[in-house]
Design a protein around this ligand. Structure first.
Ligand code: HMH
Length: 222
């Protein structure tokens, strides 16, 4: 029988906050078909700004994986796959924004988004350990995967025009990618010092809080 991993322990311990991030009312409103389209458009424009800031963060995780050097496990390739997917994602945001009549160039980041982007920037610092940054990366991707997969379940009433958005993060191969990230994180945590483990857990909590604030920002009409 498999031994309980660190991420498993954390997810059990912080279940309430984790569910708050993956089962947010904004996601619930997509899933039950009651989504206010203006809220969706707010999310779309703000998430485009977030993803642009996410790119240098992911690149910094890639650099840390490379410098961690004992990469016989292929961490660099998994993360490189993430970078490649972000390239496609940015094109998708532009196409989707055009479809909904959202003018990306005229959008300013809202406070919750600014704070989240600033948090990402703080994790780029070389002083932040690979393990800590990787935990943030895994959590950020997984929250979207779980949230949007929830909107694609058989009993969901997701409006057809939002299915493609949900597919982007809710699809199975994105799920497998998140599992690869989780394995990377658990392998790192297995050999990490108590100090790094403590910092990594605190970072996970910060990500969960930022994600909840991000959904709140979109959910409340602006
Ligand atoms: C706010 N969290 C937010 N935006 C995203 N696009 C993701 C996670 C997943 O990449």
């Amino acid at each position: 029988q498999a031994k309980i991993t660190v991420t498993e322990t954390w997810l059990r311990k912080h279940r309430h906050l984790y569910d708050g991030a993956t089962r947010h009312p904004f996601i619930g409103s997509i899933r039950d078909g009651n989504i206010d389209i203006s809220a969706f458009k707010t999310w779309l424009g703000q998430d485009y700004i977030f993803v642009r800031a996410f790119v240098p963060f992911v690149a910094s995780v890639l650099t840390k994986a490379y410098k961690g050097s004992d990469d016989g496990n292929g961490d660099v390739e998994v993360i490189l796959g993430g970078v490649a997917a972000l390239h496609d994602e940015i094109s998708w945001f532009k196409k989707e924004a055009f479809k909904w009549g959202v003018q990306l160039s005229s959008i300013a980041p809202q406070k919750a988004n600014q704070e989240y982007c600033r948090f990402l920037e703080s994790l780029i610092s070389p002083e932040v350990e690979y393990t800590v940054a990787a935990v943030a990366f895994w959590a950020i991707e997984t929250i979207y995967q779980e949230s949007f997969a929830h909107c694609l379940e058989d009993d969901s009433k997701t409006p057809p025009e939002l299915k493609e958005t949900c597919q982007r993060w809710g699809n199975e191969s994105f799920g497998e990618y998140c599992n690869s990230l989780r394995n990377i994180v658990d392998r790192q945590l297995e050999k990490a010092s108590d100090d790094v483990i403590t910092k990594a857990e605190a970072t996970l909590l910060r990500v969960l809080e930022h994600e909840v604030d991000f959904w709140n920002m979109s959910h409340r009409r602006t």
